[in-house]
Each structure stands twice: as C-alpha cells, then as structure tokens.
Design a protein around this ligand. Sequence first.
Ligand code: ADP
Ligand code: ZN
Length: 285
Amino acid sequence: MLGAIEAGGTKFVCAVSDNELAIQDRVTIPTTTPEETLGKVFEFFDQFELESMGIGSFGPIDVNQQSETYGYITTTPKTAWQQTDFLGQMKNRYSIPIGWTTDVNAAALGELERGAAKRKSSCVYLTIGTGIGGGAVVNGEPLEGFGHPEMGHLLVKRHPEDTFEGICPFHKDCLEGLASGPAIEKRYGKKAQDLSDDQKVWEIQAYYLAQALMNYTLIISPEKIILGGGVMKQKQLFPLVREQFQKLLNGYVATPALEEYITSPGLNDDAGITGSLILALNELS
Ligand code: ADP
Ligand code: ZN
C-alpha cells in the first residue's frame, strides 16, 4: 500500500492507495503544532501496512539530499514549524522509502500524470491563495536545484493604476506581495471573493499573473501552465490572464493555443495528494 501526505499550512491531507492510486482511505487534519498534527498523522498511517510514502509539503523546505537539514521545513512563517525535521520524523516512525518535495511540485506531478497535463512531459502548477507558490515538472521529474523554485516571489512591473505598497515580508511588491489573496484583501479592504463584480480588480490581478506566466514560459517552456488556489475560483480571471499574456509576449514565442496552455487544474483539490501518491509509487521503482 502507498501512503501520501499533502501537508498544507492550514490542513494536512493523508491518504493511502493501491499501486493504481485508487484511494482506500483518507483523512484531513488541521495544521496546528508539529507534535499535535504529526501525532494524528501517525495515528492514521499506523493502521496500514505501507510500502512507501510520498510527501508534498508547504515550505520553504530543504530538498537538498546533501544537506544536513534535508527533509526539514525551514524558514516558514508558521513559527511552530520552523526548523522541523518532518521527513526524519516520518522515517523514524515507518522505516520505508519516502519521497519528498514541495506541495506545488507534488501538485504539478499529479496534474501531469492524472490531470490537466496528462500525456505531457512538463507543466507548471501555480497556486494563488494565501500565498503564491509554483511547482514544475520537467521531463517527468519535479524541478529542484540547490533548493526548490519560489515562483511566487517574482518581481513584476507595476500596473500604472496600482499604488498599493504590497505585503510580502521579504520583498513587499513581488508577485505574492501584490497578487495573493491577502494582498487583494489589504488593497481593497474586502475579501477577494467579495470583489467578483469589480472589473478593475481582476484586470490588475490578470496584469500581474500574466507577467509571471510570461516569465515561466520564457524560462521553462512548459507544455502547460495550470492555475489553482482560492483566488482562481474567479473564473473570469482566465480569459483576462490569457489576453494580457498574449499582449505581453507579443508573438515572440509560439505557445500552444492559450485556452489549452493556461488552464485550471484537472484534479481540482486532489492534485497535491495525487502527486504525493505518485512520489510514493516512484519510490518503489
Ligand atoms: P490556501 O492558500 O491557504 O491553501 P486557498 O487556496 O483557499 O487556501 O486561498 C485562500 C485565499 O483565497 C484567501 O485569501 C481568500 O480570500 C481567497 N479566496 C478563496 N475563495 C475565493 C474565491 N471564491 N474568490 C476569490 N478569492 C478566494
Ligand atoms: Zn516576496
């Protein structure tokens, strides 16, 4: 049996499946302290005979196998989880191979194998929610270097009508600082979900997202870009982003047709857990 964790800043989803990824059981656990949350994670997985496991985790995390702190959640703003040896604690408990990457890399992997990017060999997955995070799969492998990509913190050109200072604690007006759900809320004094009818809001939002997508396109040349997360529930954003993207790129790169190229997830909220199960499966081969 395969085990998987989609470890998010708000909740952990744990699941077990067979080798065809048919989920046999799953549970959702609130993210509180490592002791409390991992205690419940152990309670769940202790019920099963696992062969391997996969974890897609919120971060930043250490993915460098050469590093002393490989498998740690490192400088996260969730203070209780700073410098937590997440992977080590899982390995101590279960002594099985465990695949480990970011939540968004796992989501990209899930979408590639089973979702919107099926039959492709590369994709980018971007979530626009409480933060902005992106993962990618290239040639079937999650994209990592000395660490993992931080696609949410790109620097973007300001919209001429936007004077909001931005909320990223590190960079102020990076992409996350200007276009995450909390950035929208702070700028307009209203939650993003209550601004559906305000066209200007989504025009500015699309302007920022399109710039980021252009940069991912220029650097990675993925076969698909998948946009998920709470803010993308505003479906009117998709055509606006495609329109801005086309304008910015200005014909320089011949991308796939934009309706196909920039899309919503095929697995909805299951991209991350599916990708984590695939990480587990990959540990067996
Ligand atoms: P998280 O990033 O914490 O996993 P979400 O992806 O749901 O969770 O992101 C939460 C953010 O998304 C909040 O800032 C919220 O205002 C925004 N959000 C949630 N639902 C919607 C919606 N329907 N339309 C626009 N924004 C939304
Ligand atoms: Zn930033």
